[in-house]
Design a protein around this ligand. Structure first.
Ligand code: PLP
Length: 532
């Protein structure tokens, strides 16, 4: 629980007194949405859900380290535990429940065949320390996925181990640093260029590796300002990190020019491939002059994700960067697959190792199942349908909401908050009101270059009638916001959710990361003492 809840004061720390509030109930429950305490606040100490035999008497070998107080486990029966976790699971909004329009995250449907494949005993029960002779099929699976990633991107090599997009950025930028080192230019080239609209992980990655980040402004079309980019290039620039399609949901139409200018200046082109799902099967980044690009398997090739994981971020590399790909390398020797670990001679000079083992096997098997079940034509159609859906949403809303940029978009529709000007309703209020309408809000206030941004990514996997209802709800909300009579309603939203507006700033500044029993003040808590 990273939220700051004040239970003594009612539900969410905000006493709801306004006239628009939903009625209070005796239980705190709302219809069949049951108010859920923490498991430690339930039951009675000493109660146990299972009938355990008395432990045999054994000699104490803990040398005085034996726990003194109560262990403090929740005392619950089995049905109470089952009900608690089932109720918790139902509080989690999920892609399998309805429209999930978060932009920049690509919450798309995950075909069930992926799950079936990932759970096959030969995949799900693997252990990364098994002898190589017993995991030949798994290595072939990784290599087959690598083949398709290289084919789809038009790149000669891929590093499979990075565990997420941000980790892939780290991998690609370390390969660039190693290549600069090999050229004797690492010390001289210290600057990484990144557009103002970049995802926060881009400048963070560059800074973490000791580069200095220089922002490149966008032009009025929401694309990189080519003249400004050219002016920023020089012998101190190591690389540009550019997302395409970019975080405004737009294709960088001058990308070939950009790549050319970057290369002429002796720098590398890192492409953030998080939005590859908009172009897979249509465009090969390798043809655009990209030197390396991470692919968020969990955004482009399905895999349930959110809340920080799981993910996988393989990085495709150009011929210039391929020799520096990190260990382990998966190599075929005659008929046998082998794993070249750190220290083993390979056809290059790997910059090191990024993580334990070989990468995210569960994601690999899901991504390969997704790619193979779609086929080349299916992948192309998925990209096209994602772009079509976003443009459908954009076209259906642009007379009542304000698109941030003119013209068609790629896979996500970006609006600014000028349509809410002088209504007293903010982007945040608007998003909270969407919850009452049964929709998870879109991405808000990102990208930062757009005022009060609302970024909607419907993906290819929503049916037209579901998009129509979503559009209808947003149109209705804009009407209500503009009518000037519903400001209070917006400020009170969400009204139908078990929690309303949490104090997110307080929760971030003073997170309560651990529950402590109220009758166990600090210093007397046996668990805490054990941990300290
Ligand atoms: C999601 C995303 C990332 C980071 O990817 P993770 O897998 O979440 O680490 C980087 N850049 C962009 C544009 C993204 O959308």
């Amino acid at each position: 629980m990273v939220q700051s809840l004040d239970r003594s004061q009612g539900r969410a720390g905000t006493a709801v007194t306004d006239a628009t509030a939903a009625p209070k109930t005796f239980t705190g429950n709302r219809a069949l949405q049951i108010e859920e305490p923490l498991i430690f606040e339930m039951g009675q100490a000493g109660r146990c859900g299972v009938d355990l035999p008395e432990p045999p008497k054994v000699k104490d070998r803990l040398n005085g380290l034996r726990r003194g107080g109560e262990i403090g486990l929740p005392g619950l029966s089995e049905p109470q535990v089952v009900q608690h976790y089932t109720r918790l699971s139902q509080k989690n909004y999920a892609i399998d429940m309805g429209v999930y329009p978060l932009g920049s995250c690509t919450m798309k449907h995950n075909p069930r065949i992926n799950e079936k494949v990932a759970r096959l005993a030969g995949i799900g029960d693997l252990h990364p320390l098994q002898p190589i002779s017993t995991v030949q099929g798994a290595l072939e699976l990784i290599d087959t996925l690598a083949h398709w990633l290289k084919t789809l991107t038009g790149m000669p090599a891929v590093a499979m181990s990075p565990a997420a997009g941000a980790h892939g950025e780290m991998c690609g930028m370390m390969a660039i640093a190693a290549a600069l080192d090999a050229r004797g230019e690492r010390a001289q080239r210290k600057i990484v260029l990144a557009p103002e609209s970049a995802h926060g992980t881009n400048p963070a990655t560059a800074a973490a590796l000791g580069f200095t980040v220089k922002a490149i402004p966008a032009n009025e079309r929401g694309r990189v300002d080519l003249a400004a980019l050219k002016a920023a290039l020089g012998p101190e620039v190591a690389a540009i990190m550019l997302t395409n399609p970019n975080t405004c949901g737009l294709f960088e139409s001058e990308i070939v020019e950009i790549a050319k200018a970057v290369h002429e200046a002796g720098a590398y082109f890192y492409c953030d491939g998080a939005n590859f799902n908009a172009i897979a099967g249509r465009v090969r980044p390798g043809d655009l002059g990209v030197d390396c690009m991470h692919i968020n398997l969990h955004k482009t090739f399905s895999t349930p994700h959110g809340g920080g994981g799981p993910g996988a971020g393989p990085v495709v590399l150009s011929a210039a960067l391929a020799p520096f790909a990190p260990y382990p390398w998966i190599v075929k020797n005659g008929d046998a697959w082998t794993v070249a670990e750190e220290g083993t001679a390979v056809a290059g000079t790997p910059f090191g190792r990024l993580k334990a083992f070989h990468g995210q096997m569960g994601m690999f098997s899901r991504a390969l199942a997704y790619i193979m079940s779609h086929g080349a034509d299916g992948l192309k159609q998925a990209s096209e349908d994602a772009v079509l859906s976003a443009n459908y949403v954009m076209a259906a809303l642009k007379d009542v909401m304000t698109p941030a940029f003119d013209g068609p978009c790629m896979h996500e529709a970006l609006f600014d908050d000028s349509f809410l000007k002088d209504t007293g309703v903010s982007t945040l209020d608007f998003a909270k009101a969407m919850i009452d309408e049964g929709y998870h809000p879109m991405t808000m206030y990102f990208p930062l270059v757009v005022h009060g941004a609302m970024l909607i990514e419907p993906t290819e996997s929503q049916a037209k009638e579901d998009l129509d209802q979503f559009i209808g709800a947003l149109r209705s909300l804009t009407e209500r916001a503009r009518s000037g009579t519903a400001v209070e309603d917006f400020k009170a939203a969400p009204r139908f959710s078990p929690r309303r507006r949490l104090d997110e700033t307080l929760a971030a500044r003073k997170p309560i990361l651990r529950w402590r029993p109220s009758n166990n003040p600090p210093g007397t808590d046996p668990l805490r003492q054990a941990a300290e």
